[in-house]
Design a protein around this ligand. Structure first.
Ligand SMILES: NC(=O)c1ccc[n+]([C@@H]2O[C@H](COP(=O)([O-])OP(=O)(O)OC[C@H]3O[C@@H](n4cnc5c(N)ncnc54)[C@H](O)[C@@H]3O)[C@@H](O)[C@H]2O)c1
Length: 333
């Protein structure tokens, strides 16, 4: 069977994170890189092979791809997905899949019309710890969950990081949409769909220098459809520690997740706790599942299709809207 020809749209940090695991799957040809900053695409092509382009349209016209990896900042989505759909190319999109719900719904609708295999980059859905908890929570549903992403203040405005897009709300959507989205998605995967979101934010702790207008912290309450309740916190102004945490309480079990890798301790009454260490190489697991799905045409192994990730985007944008309006926001689902 011929090697799968893969093209990357967005040639920044996440292209670097995925290209190694993609090649490691085997029978894969890294065929193209695309980036609005052509020099980024050229640098990746020089290192990993393939041609470099500055627009998705040019890339799809010049190279007959089997798969596209869309690894763009939240504000930059649309053209890449529509070009992949027009060319009938299955695609992977890094989380968050955008910052515009109507656009993402349109992309999901068009991809479904063409029956395209898609995958969103919610890699925690492939973890053993998460899936053990999910199985147990099907029988014994979550009553309460809380956790979030607590990190330090972003660097000075002159740094590439803050000067690019992360700290500009119109571009990234802010920390809820861009980062804590992982935890919102894990909660959806473990605890089920939501009914309503109510959120508050803190501002003015980090200096509001040009290039920084996101919230410094937020706390988001979510009412689940099963009647359970959730609180998720985000903070990017905690410089003496923090991290990624999630605790889920059900009637018979408590799940204590910790760290980016989502290691878990599962507690049950009168039983020894069960500990499952999180995988360090989770992008490799995710990329293998996706590329094998494309190769076989069987998408059943994909735990986060694009259409599902649209619902996680809805939760996080609802939280932002609640912060703006001071009102609870219903989730349509
Ligand atoms: N799964 C994870 O754990 C994880 C970790 C980090 C980042 N991400 C996500 O991955 C996505 C990309 O993040 P990153 O760290 O690679 O960002 P980055 O800033 O390092 O790279 C983005 C690249 O996209 C390019 N770009 C911008 N607009 C473009 C456009 N319209 N067309 C083509 N290229 C364009 C930029 O020039 C840049 O080279 C973001 O959504 C981010 O949230 C996911």
């Amino acid at each position: 069977m011929a090697a799968l020809k893969v093209g990357f749209i967005g040639s920044g940090g996440m292209a670097k994170a995925h290209v190694g695991p993609v090649k490691a799957v085997g029978d894969v040809e890294v065929a193209a890189f695309c980036d609005v900053a052509l020099s980024h695409a050229e640098a990746m092509a020089k290192e990993h092979g393939g041609q470099a382009f500055s627009t998705p349209k040019e890339m799809f016209e010049a190279v007959k791809l089997d798969v596209a990896y869309i690894l763009l900042p939240p504000f930059a989505h649309g053209d890449a997905e529509f070009a992949a759909i027009e060319n009938g190319v299955p695609f992977f999109v890094e989380k968050p899949i955008g910052n515009d719900l109507a656009l993402s719904r349109e992309i999901a609708r068009k991809a479904a019309e063409k029956n395209l295999i898609t995958c969103a980059g919610y890699m925690n859905r492939y973890r053993e710890s998460i899936n053990r908890a999910r199985e147990m929570l099907q029988e014994d549903p979550a009553v309460l969950a809380y956790g979030g992403w607590i990190g330090g203040s972003p660097g000075p405005a002159s740094s590439e990081f803050i000067g690019s897009w992360w700290a500009i709300k119109a571009k990234s959507g802010g920390q809820i949409v861009e980062q804590c989205t992982h935890t919102f998605d894990v909660v959806r995967y473990l605890c089920g769909e939501g009914e309503e979101v109510f959120a508050h934010a803190a501002v003015g702790f980090n200096p509001r220098v040009p290039g920084y207008d996101i919230d410094d912290a937020s706390t988001v309450n979510i009412k689940l459809k099963n009647g359970g309740v959730v609180n998720l916190m985000s903070c990017c102004a905690s410089n003496a520690g923090g991290g990624v945490t999630l605790t889920v309480h059900a009637k018979q079990s408590t799940f204590l997740f910790s760290g980016w890798e989502h290691s878990v301790e599962i507690r049950q009454k009168d039983k020894e706790p069960v500990r499952i260490a999180g995988e360090g190489d989770i992008f490799a697991v995710e990329d293998k599942v996706f590329l094998e799905a494309v190769r076989s045409g069987d998408a059943s192994g994909i735990r986060s299709p694009y259409s599902d990730a649209v619902k996680t985007l809805e939760w996080t944008l609802a939280a932002n809207r609640s912060i703006e309006t001071g009102q609870p926001v219903k989730i349509e689902g």
